[in-house]
Design a protein around this ligand. Structure first.
Ligand code: SF4
Length: 62
């Protein structure tokens, strides 16, 4: 599975709080997925982060 954050991100920080192994805020206060492909042991947390994004900016593929 691969995760990307699209330009709808409003920088709320929820994804980083839920799954810091994958998502981190960059210097523009926008989230980025730093760990691709997503390791199996954090897949569930990644999915939860995507579901919790208030603007559905996290795209999961694969
Ligand atoms: S939860 Fe969504 S809006 Fe919030 S920082 Fe992450 S990608 Fe951006």
């Amino acid at each position: 599975m691969f995760a990307t954050v699209n330009s709808d991100c409003i920088g709320c920080g929820a994804c980083e709080a839920i799954c810091p192994q994958v998502f981190r805020m960059n210097s523009y206060e926008i989230a980025e997925a730093y760990l691709n492909p997503i390791p199996q042991d954090v897949e569930e947390a990644t999915k939860l982060a995507a579901k919790s994004c208030p603007v559905a900016a996290i795209i999961l593929e694969g």
